[in-house]
Design a protein around this ligand. Structure first.
Ligand code: CP3
Length: 366
């Protein structure tokens, strides 16, 4: 039933298109709000699912992925949902083993140790092995009943390559940086391979029902501007144009896309020219400065420091109102500057998203 074309086409009508309107530069009644990592460990109901199922089992089981995607929407009046998955499902689909260790994060028992191993990656059939993400998206589009749009996502090539070489998260990314120095040709070969897979993966997500696609370049903070220009920007651009082209070839409507380069404040001017409708900002970037750099024809998303959610409600209100005033109501999506952290108090999150008076205050203060 999942793969049935009709099942994919006959989705409930979208009732709240605020976020999609903002992404395409249309007027909005209120500033749209969503939260990076909104389906996650700060929610007891997510912890309950995780107590019973391994992380990647949740990703691979459409019913479970759908359930945890919907969880934050039951508590908070968010303007979007993001499909529950992880950026590291791509290295898995290429044949690498990835485990999620509680408290430690992702671990690759056998990371790439030499460029000769690039040829062992199984590009062929990679997207077919990721069809479970498409199934989760299609199921969620039905179950969400048009309440808010559903965002699909991927990791960007440089960020994925970093995890594949480091074997997990890394504070220094020293091995990856060594590869950039020693084997630039092989690095470009691997980044190109990842780009091809990512384009087809995103097209599959759009075909399955994703209404916006976000590309996470979460390791951009390790790149200088020069390295960003060489190892990130060209691939991000190819991804945007590739998705657009392939959707056109399939007679499908283009889907708005967001690029979020964490720590990418060094190259906002370049990011603004990659063809994406929305640019995500982390909290180190000043909204007014960012707008000056990127111009008027792109939507900005961000950028409250997730750590600010540990402050008092009064302080958070002040910081949020200040942020929204700086961004303005037009072409803006309110969000955190990175993922919400596991210990964030539930009621703080509630305040910023469900309290109508707070939302109205935000709008009135513009
Ligand atoms: O609600 C959502 O945002 C959707 C789900 C989502 C997850 N990961 C679930 C997850 C999304 C969009 C991601 C993206 C992701 N995964 C990124 C890019 C975004 C970013 O944060 O920069 C990255 C770098 C990863 C890789 C990854 N996955 C790391 C580094 C970790 C450990 C993080 C930590 O805080 O410990 C994960 C694990 C992960 N991905 C969790 C969740 C809910 C927590 C693990 C668990 O439930 O045990």
């Amino acid at each position: 039933q999942f793969t049935d074309q009709l099942w994919k086409l006959d989705f409930p009508k979208l009732k709240n298109d605020r976020l999609l309107r903002a992404a395409s530069g249309k007027e909005v009644d209120k500033v749209p709000v969503w939260v990076m990592r909104q389906a996650g460990r700060y929610l007891p109901e997510f912890q309950e699912v995780r107590a019973k199922h391994d992380f990647f089992t949740v990703c691979r089981t459409p019913e479970l992925a759908c359930e945890v995607t919907l969880q934050p929407l039951r508590r908070y009046e968010l303007d979007a949902s993001i499909i529950f998955s992880d950026i590291l499902v791509i290295p898995q689909a290429l044949g690498m083993i990835v485990e999620m260790h509680p408290g430690l994060g992702p671990v690759f028992p056998q990371p790439l140790t030499s460029p000769s191993e690039i040829d062992q990656l199984q590009e062929e059939g990679a997207v077919a092995r990721l069809l479970y993400v498409g199934k989760a998206i299609t199921l969620t589009r039905h179950k969400i009943e048009g309440k808010v749009p559903l965002i699909g996502f991927t990791g960007a090539p440089f960020t994925l390559m970093g995890y594949m070489i480091e074997g997990g998260g890394s504070k220094t990314m020293s091995k990856t940086k060594e590869w950039l120095e020693k084997y630039p040709k092989d690095v470009h070969k691997l980044l190109s391979l990842l780009t091809r897979v990512i384009i087809d993966y995103l097209v599959m997500q759009a075909e399955s029902g994703a209404q916006l696609l976000q590309v996470f370049e979460s390791s951009a903070d390790h790149l200088t501007r020069e390295h960003f220009i060489e190892f990130s920007a060209p691939y991000l651009k190819d991804i945007r144009t590739g998705v657009q082209q392939k959707l056109k070839e399939k007679n499908l409507e283009d889907v708005p896309m967001t690029v979020f380069a964490k720590g990418g404040g060094h190259s906002l001017d370049i990011q603004a020219k990659l063809g994406y409708e929305t640019l995500g900002l982390d909290w180190t970037v000043d909204p007014i400065e960012a707008r000056k750099i990127v111009g008027e024809n792109i939507t900005l998303q961000g950028n409250l420091d997730p750590q600010d959610l540990y402050k008092t409600p009064e302080e958070i209100r002040k910081l949020t109102i200040n942020m929204v005033q700086k961004f303005g109501k037009h072409r803006y999506i309110a969000n955190l500057g990175h993922g919400i952290t596991p210990q964030t108090p539930l009621e703080i999150h509630a305040m910023s998203t469900t309290e109508e008076s707070f939302k109205d205050k935000l709008v009135n203060s513009l």
